[in-house]
Write a protein that binds this ligand. Structure first.
Ligand SMILES: [Zn+2]
Ligand SMILES: [Zn+2]
Length: 379
């Protein structure tokens, strides 16, 4: 066999390419070299297979990491795949209809082709505090999931020779029946009763997994949570769910976000709300006060003559937008604290102020009354 080309070169992507870029690149190459599109080019099928092999490795985080370290010696397998496998394995990236749908129905294998089994999804809930929501965070999560059994490579068979195509359906997983009806002959396909749709029969079971083809495995999975997520949102990691019994594609890991409420700060969209009480002395004379933010304490200035209900804005101290549209603000609602109990000394001071000229409210002279504020709010 000729020496293998570098997988990144095969797909024409950089070593730093993201999963999405790799998928796009593979899609392009596969369409270009699809054998049905290149009937006169005998090398097309090889190039098509080469691309599928490269994609199989580079689309899987573990296999890709091994390949990056050890190259083609990484023992990742791959190679010598038959066309059917390629179609069923990667068909989904060509859209809902698979290859068949994509290439206009003139597909291979027809409708009876064995469908790739997908394992079940794993669901976890992830609690995040406000700081983590605001800035994004990488979490390492311990999950128990089914992975392919190592000794039997997920087939469930003791040896390679213990795995045979099902005799009833000839590996198709489906049996077709021709039924005569008043309208003529109809073909109905149903799941093969012998192999239950798997297409393969295991004659001697693997000792490790007892024929299941998978094992429970505890794993720590790093998850990058983008900034700006919100309660109830669901993130999904492809292929990090359970591996199905005896081969197929693993399901996904679904992560449901839960927000832990902050003691003092409240979230409103991408903004943070905070209510700050000040004494009426500070409101009258002005003051410099400290308020909490998601990045720690910040000093703000209260102007002399501040009325209760005033809202101050700390620009850019809110939550990063999930779609990258900047960052929210922190809004500080100033309330004036009225003492509930006063000492006799304080009472004396307050009594002196009671009738002082500037301590008598004059509604007509207020900057903004309650009604104006309400109107403004609803505008
Ligand atoms: Zn069968
Ligand atoms: Zn096994």
């Amino acid at each position: 066999m000729a020496t293998k080309r570098d997988y990144y070169e095969v797909l024409g992507v950089a070593k730093t390419a993201s999963g999405e870029e790799i998928k796009k690149a593979y899609r392009k190459v596969a369409i270009k070299f699809h054998p049905d599109k290149n009937p006169d080019d005998p090398t097309a099928e090889d190039k098509f297979k080469e691309a599928a092999e490269a994609y199989e490795i580079l689309s899987n985080d573990d296999k890709r990491a091994r390949y990056d370290r050890f190259g083609h010696q990484s023992g990742n397998g791959g190679g010598a795949q038959n066309m059917e496998d390629i179609f069923s394995q990667f068909g989904d990236i060509f859209g809902g209809g698979g290859f068949e749908g994509f290439f206009g129905g003139q597909g291979r294998g027809g409708q009876g082709g064995r469908r790739v089994k997908k394992g079940s999804n794993l669901r976890i809930k992830l609690k995040l505090d406000l700081e983590e929501v605001a800035n994004g965070v990488e979490k390492k999560i311990k999950v128990k999931r089914y992975v392919a059994c190592q000794p039997c490579s997920g087939t469930g068979a003791k040896n390679g020779t213990d795995l045979k195509d099902c005799g009833t359906c000839h590996g198709q997983g489906q049996v077709k029946r021709v039924v005569n009806t008043m309208l003529g002959q109809m073909v109905s396909a149903s799941t093969c009763p012998t192999c239950h749709g798997e297409g393969k029969i295991v004659s001697s079971k693997c000792d490790t997994c007892h024929g299941e083809g998978r094992q429970l495995h505890e794993e720590v999975i790093p998850i990058n949570i983008p900034a700006g997520v919100a309660e109830g949102m669901q993130l999904s990691m492809n292929g990090k769910g359970n591996y199905p019994e005896r081969g197929g594609m693993p399901g996904d890991l679904l992560i449901q976000i839960e927000e832990e409420p902050h003691e003092l700060l409240k979230r409103d969209g991408n903004n943070i709300m905070f209510e700050q009480y000040i004494s009426f002395v500070d409101a009258a004379l002005g003051a410099s006060i400290e308020v909490p933010t998601i990045e720690g304490k910040v000093k703000i200035k209260v102007d002399p003559g501040t009325q209760p209900g005033k809202i101050l804005r700390l620009r850019g101290k809110g939550i990063k937008d999930l779609n990258g549209y900047g960052r929210g603000d922190q809004l500080i609602h100033l309330s004036v604290w009225t003492p509930k109990n006063v000492s006799s000394e304080e009472r004396e001071l307050l009594e002196k102020l009671r009738n002082a000229q500037n301590f008598t409210p004059n509604p007509g002279k207020n900057e903004k009354g309650f009604f104006e504020k309400v109107k403004e709010y609803f505008q």
